[in-house]
Write a protein that binds this ligand. Structure first.
Ligand SMILES: C[S@@+](CC[C@H](N)C(=O)[O-])C[C@H]1O[C@@H](n2cnc3c(N)ncnc32)[C@H](O)[C@@H]1O
Length: 927
């Protein structure tokens, strides 16, 4: 033990090992004393301590830490102990007279308050000098304790569970008032060691020498277990470990004639107590060796029984049974009724062994099952977290319309599949709670799980009702185990999130429909994308639009409206049902609407929506929902208010206005430079708008971005409006709306009543208003398109508004960046949780002081911070060995810091090496 041994065994490097390392103790055993002292508090009030068998010094460290300063601490061991401050150590065998004398001279007239003994023979570096057994060592230490302890002193010793244990305890009790055996938590469960704390030394004047004589103490003990053989099928249950160190029993090599094994009524006992079976007797030679049952394998097994495994022992037992049957020692057991138990010992053992295997396999299987379930749950939880962070949407984890297994939550096809359709028709809505619990046990989806058997399904009237019933039961159910609870909680969370997602989707759909409707009504939304002033040439159409909007033109396409309602108006239950009807028309439960019903649903109501759409929007979830129309109305009201305010302001600023009138009429830009800058900005804004529409489309709305084709622009320039073009134009307007300064200026002047709608219409009638493009040469049309661009007025305010908008757009991160940020945030949060857990663990440790706890936590934090503040790698500058650097020795001129010389040849060589290795790899693989 003197030297720290390499700990390689599984579980050796446990919590206490790491704690010892962290806290600077020389051995993990230090914590045993810490825990013993915590329980019995003997160190704090002691002034003199002797540690027998103290190397490498873990206990001495603890003692010097816990005992008052200037205490006398003496440590002895066969192995040298590295010096420790305020501790006296010497190398000695504690069983010798010399050790006693040294202790006496060290302590002088003093007596010890505590004597510790943690000795174990054969485990130290000095194993060769070790001649005593554990119990003898304990008795020796006890002897020293009785000599050096003060009255009322404490003796702590390590004892192994052995036949000597009771005797030792009896002796201790004779000389100490209180004797308690305890196993501190840091002592491994697999270890047979126990610590005995003997308090209040009685310090009798005379001690009966028999108490301290090993021969006398241990001779009387006979537990009758010394000769107990090992059970070869349950070696782990063998008593040897509990017996502590057997005195050399294992060195005996027993050989037994195999014939005796065949005849012995207790074959397992024989197997456990013998090293070798010899074929020596005549019977063994004549009968056994000649038998066909005695295979080479059996013979080999007989050579060394100590190296055999369970399977080999089973083979030997089988062989013995067969031989016994063959030579007539046993009769073949008559076939018995199944209920009767077999009496034959070996057969039972075999069965037991097989059963044991089967149980182990089943346990392993269920463990793996648990692991799989836990992993699945963890995966789902992770997804949920990611979904909450907005990194993914429910569809990404298959949660939208489909259940986790890809089955629709409310799919009626399941019922048919499970054959429960008929019973469903009967309308029985009861659910068997046991079946429900069984479902939950399987960790499957409550309603859609694959394990939904016919019986369970037959009790469902409809899926939705089932879910409600289940939910109700599930709330009442208090007997579910924790595993189920976890699953159920998870399912609940997922259900809730799914509902929220659906609501959001419906809300969004409603907004989209309202928007489309408004567009169809011909509401004017602004200028088209290129902002090149097609408004002029297009004044007809635009003015139509304006008129349309202002006169609340009812010529909007009501058909398409209703059509849209039919298609999209019921995206939830109804819409899905339509899909389902198409998909699974074979299912008698999934009945489509007949023509009359469909026609009824298509009928228009007063609101202009179809009956189906009205029914859909009458659902509770739409109550209190402010549609875009209403929002816009509100905005309009606000705009009106503002315009009124502006009017007041205008009156005040009349004089100024007159002065600026001329400037206001035309483009109001400070300089050409500003105009150029503005046009540049406008271009980038358009680009961003396109990006936003493409990248964020799924987040914001589902409007598709249609690039402006040449054809489209031409048509707009010259043609009168067809319906199709009209709608295209409107779409364009709605997409780009007020993103240009021209449009904004115009809007502002309309809102501020600086321009009337008649002015706007009049402006549309220019000399080019009715130009025909038929017959004009292509080059002219192209030229016109490029250069005949009306210069529309723009105001500073409009430019400012657009710029602000652009800034806001700039400030918004693109989807990928947002995702990356969310991921980073998530990872940081996870790290923090981990750190918190570690800190909590340190905090909860009872064995260390507050100071040590704070040091431990500070270390943790420093480590975490260190990982963050890792120094970046120093850059190595590549210097090409050419010119003045060619063949230069040492640092090339003008190069500072780290550098590496490279030349073209090196590059070529490196490439060639790579090529060759790649080739070699390829050819190896082909082989
Ligand atoms: C488990 S270690 C003691 C560890 C010690 N308590 C610590 O915390 O560092 C057992 C020690 O007993 C010592 N030992 C065994 N027999 C001994 C003997 N006869 N005399 C002195 N030391 C002995 C071994 O050398 C070994 O270092």
């Amino acid at each position: 033990m003197g030297k720290i041994q390499k700990k390689t065994g599984k579980g050796r490097l446990d919590k206490y090992y790491h704690m010892a390392k962290e806290q600077g103790y020389r051995a993990r055993s230090a914590f045993k004393l810490v825990q013993l002292n915590k329980k019995y508090n003997f160190l704090e009030r002691s002034k003199v301590l002797i540690d027998l068998c103290a190397a490498p010094g873990g206990w001495l460290q603890v003692a010097s830490k816990m005992m008052p300063v200037s205490s006398l601490i003496v440590g002895v061991d066969l192995a040298p102990i590295k010096p420790l401050p305020n501790v006296i150590t010497f190398v000695e065998d504690i069983t010798t007279e010399k050790c006693r004398a040294t202790l006496r001279s060290t302590l002088k007239t003093w007596k010890a308050d505590v004597v510790l003994h943690d000795g174990a023979p054969n485990v130290g570096a000095a194993w060769a000098q070790d001649a005593f057994t554990q119990s003898e060592l304990v008795l020796q230490s006890f002897k020293l304790a009785t000599e050096f302890l003060n009255k009322g002193g404490t003796f702590v010793t390590k004892v192994f569970r052995s036949k000597d244990y009771n005797n030792l305890m009896w002796i201790f009790q004779q000389l100490f008032k209180k004797v308690e055996a305890t196993k501190p938590p840091s002592s491994r469960n697999v270890s047979a060691e126990i610590f005995v704390v003997c308090r209040d030394f009685l310090a009798p004047k005379k001690i009966d020498p028999k108490f301290l004589d090993p021969k006398h103490v241990f001779s009387e003990i006979d537990t009758g277990m010394a000769s107990q053989p090992m059970d070869v099928f349950h070696p782990e249950k063998h008593k040897r470990q509990r017996e502590g160190y057997e005195d050399g029993n294992y060195t005996l090599h027993k050989t037994l004639d195999v014939w005796e094994f065949i005849n012995n009524p207790e074959p397992i006992t024989v197997l456990g107590s013998v090293n070798k079976f010899a074929f020596q007797s005549d019977e063994a030679k004549n009968v056994l060796l000649k038998s066909a049952e005695t295979t080479d394998e059996i013979k080999e097994c007989c050579e060394d029984l100590k190296v055999l495994g369970k399977k080999d022992f089973k083979n030997l037992l089988k062989w013995r049974t067969n031989i016994r049957l063959a030579i007539g020692l046993d009769k073949k057991p008559e076939p018995k009724p199944a209920a009767e138990e077999t009496v034959e010992v070996t057969a039972l053992d075999d069965i037991e062994a097989v059963e044991e295997h089967a149980t182990a396999a089943a346990a392993e299987e269920s463990r793996q099952d648990r692991v799989r379930r836990r992993q699945k749950n963890e995966r789902v939880q992770k997804n949920v977290q990611r979904m909450q962070l907005g990194m993914i949407i429910p569809t990404d984890i298959g949660l939208e319309q489909d259940g986790p297994d890809g089955q629709s939550l409310f799919s009626l096809t399941n019922i048919q599949k499970a054959g429960g359709l008929k019973v469903v028709r009967k309308g029985d809505t009861d659910i068997d709670p046991e079946e429900f619990n069984a479902e939950m046990d399987m960790g499957e989806d409550i309603v859609t799980g694959e394990h939904q058997d016919a019986k369970a399904i037959s009790k469902n009237k409809s899926k939705s009702m089932v879910k409600e019933d289940i939910d109700a039961q599930y709330v009442d159910d208090t007997v579910m185990d924790s595993d189920q609870d976890g699953d159920v909680e998870l399912m609940e969370d997922l259900d809730e999130m799914y509902e929220q997602y659906k609501e959001r989707q419906l809300e969004r759909d409603a907004k989209l429909r309202a928007k489309a409707k408004r567009e169809d009504k011909g509401e004017w939304k602004g200028f088209k994308r290129n902002g090149s002033g097609e408004e002029d040439s297009d004044s007809d159409s635009d003015s139509n639009n304006i008129n349309g909007a202002q006169q609340n033109d009812d010529t909007s396409d009501s058909d398409s409206d209703s059509g849209a309602d039919d298609e999209d108006g019921l995206p939830g239950a109804y819409g899905n049902n339509k899909k389902m009807i198409k998909k699974s028309s074979k299912n008698p439960l999934l009945v489509g609407l007949d023509d009359a019903e469909q026609a009824e649903l298509r009928k228009k109501t007063e609101s202009g929506l179809t009956k189906g759409a009205t029914m859909f929007f009458d659902q509770d979830m739409f109550k209190g929902l402010v549609g875009e129309d209403e929002e816009d109305d509100e905005e309009d009201d606000e705009a009106d208010d503002e315009s009124n305010d502006d009017e007041e302001d205008d009156e005040e600023d009349d004089d100024d206005d007159e002065e600026d009138a001329e400037e206001q009429e035309d483009v109001e830009m400070d300089s050409d430079e500003e105009i150029r800058q503005f046009r540049k900005d406008r271009k980038s804004l358009k680009r961003k708008a396109t990006e936003a529409a493409e990248g964020d489309g799924d987040e914001e709305d589902d409007i598709e971005m249609v690039p402006l084709g040449k054809e489209f622009e031409d048509d707009e320039m010259w043609d009168g409006e067809s319906d199709e073009e009209d709608s295209r134009k409107r779409k364009q307007i709605s997409e780009y709306s007020l993103i240009t300064a021209e449009a904004m200026t115009l809007a502002q002047s309309l809102v501020n009543k600086k321009m009337t709608k008649t002015d706007l219409i009049d402006q549309g009638f220019t000399k080019q208003a009715f130009n025909e493009k038929d017959g004009l040469p292509a080059w002219f049309l192209e030229d016109e398109e490029h250069h005949n661009v009306p210069n529309l007025p723009i105001t500073k305010e409009a430019v400012q508004v657009i710029r602000d908008r652009m800034k806001a757009l700039d400030a918004r991160p693109i989807k990928k960046i947002a995702e990356a940020k969310a991921r980073k945030k998530y990872r940081t949060a996870q790290k923090l949780i981990k750190l918190q857990k570690k800190a909590d663990a340190i905090n909860d440790t009872d064995d260390i002081s507050e100071k040590e706890k704070s040091i431990g936590i500070a270390k943790l934090l420093a480590k975490a911070a260190g990982a963050k503040n890792k120094k970046p790698k120093k850059e190595v500058k590549l210097v090409v060995a050419k010119g003045q650097n060619k063949g230069a020795k040492g640092r090339p001129k003008g190069v500072k810091g780290r550098y590496k010389m490279v030349d073209s040849r090196m590059k070529k060589e490196m490439r060639a090496t790579k090529r060759i290795t790649k080739k070699a790899k390829g050819s190896n693989r082909r082989k």
